[in-house]
Design a protein around this ligand. Structure first.
Ligand SMILES: [Zn+2]
Length: 286
């Protein structure tokens, strides 16, 4: 695929094979869709019950009861955030960025849902408002709020630079989760997982397919709003990359805090019930 050495000769029908149109892997026509109008109506008269400020180059945990909302808000300056979600009652159930990407595409916005890992595979949260929805896809193929990256981590940084850096999102999330659960960092580290890159503007280069980032279009006052489908434990890291216009995994970029707000509606959305775990029998028969 990289065609670096030109060692392989094309077959005669190479162009014909390339012209075969693609098929969507997971058509979502049969996917149960959330009733967004009732979710949005449930915001009338809601009450803010908690807020957590996430300092730059750090992470913080927060709890959102099923049926409540939370917002991730840009304050002070452009900043991207790395979001992890777990079922509050069992952190083995966690956000599955890969399957979320397969179902909803590379970048998420209003109406998309964040799915949990196997064998649970149910919606953990639904995006109910995105002030950056106007951005769409830019001329580079970039867009906002991706599920194509992982999270900046000290292992990849060590591999590429030889240096130790302890405030990558992976480490920030690990420290925050250890603090919240009162457990050692090494014990909780495996629960940290691939993220929703909130406010980050990313894509793949057309020529080499490489993951790229560019300055986030987020500005103070922008927010991404979620409805909690199940009881959630969340963790948000204010990435050391700041707005990710230049680099991450260092103390060079200008960074800002992020704000998490939790809102409790007067009543749950009309007709809403918290989703149950996936119904597959798990027999895996021959
Ligand atoms: Zn990061």
């Amino acid at each position: 695929m990289k065609r670096a050495a030109n060692e392989v000769t094309e077959p005669q029908d190479a162009e014909a094979r390339r012209r075969i149109p693609p098929v969507i892997c997971y058509p979502v026509d049969t996917l149960p869709r959330p009733d967004l109008a009732s979710y949005q109506a449930a915001r009338d008269g809601w009450e803010k019950v908690d807020e957590v400020v996430v300092p730059p180059r750090e992470a913080r945990c927060f709890h959102v009861p099923a049926g409540s909302f939370f917002r991730i808000v840009s304050i002070e300056g452009p900043q991207v955030g790395d979001l992890n979600l777990w079922a509050a009652e069992d952190i083995n159930e966690r956000f599955f960025s890969g399957k979320t990407r397969a179902l909803h595409g590379t970048h998420l916005s209003t109406g998309d849902q964040l799915w949990s890992c196997l064998p649970y595979l149910r919606p953990m949260a639904t995006i109910t408002h995105d002030t950056l929805d106007w951005y769409g896809f830019d001329g580079f193929g970039g867009s906002v709020h991706d599920v194509i990256g992982t999270r900046c981590d000290p292992y990849t940084h060590k591999l590429l630079s030889g240096d130790e850096y302890h405030h990558c999102c992976h480490s920030n999330l690990t420290r925050a989760l250890a603090d919240r659960l009162g457990k050692p960092k090494l014990e909780v580290e495996p629960a940290v997982h691939d993220v929703l890159n909130v406010f980050m503007c990313t894509g793949f280069t057309r020529d080499t397919g490489q993951y790229f980032m560019k300055a986030s279009p987020v500005r103070p006052g922008d927010y991404l709003e979620f409805f909690a489908e199940i009881d959630l434990l969340g963790a948000l890291s204010a990435c050391p990359g700041g707005d990710c216009s230049a680099e991450h995994s260092s103390d060079v970029a200008v960074c800002h805090p992020l704000l998490v707000e939790v809102y409790r509606p007067k009543a749950p959305p009309a007709g809403w019930t918290s989703p149950t775990r996936n119904g597959y029998s798990r027999r895996h028969e021959d």
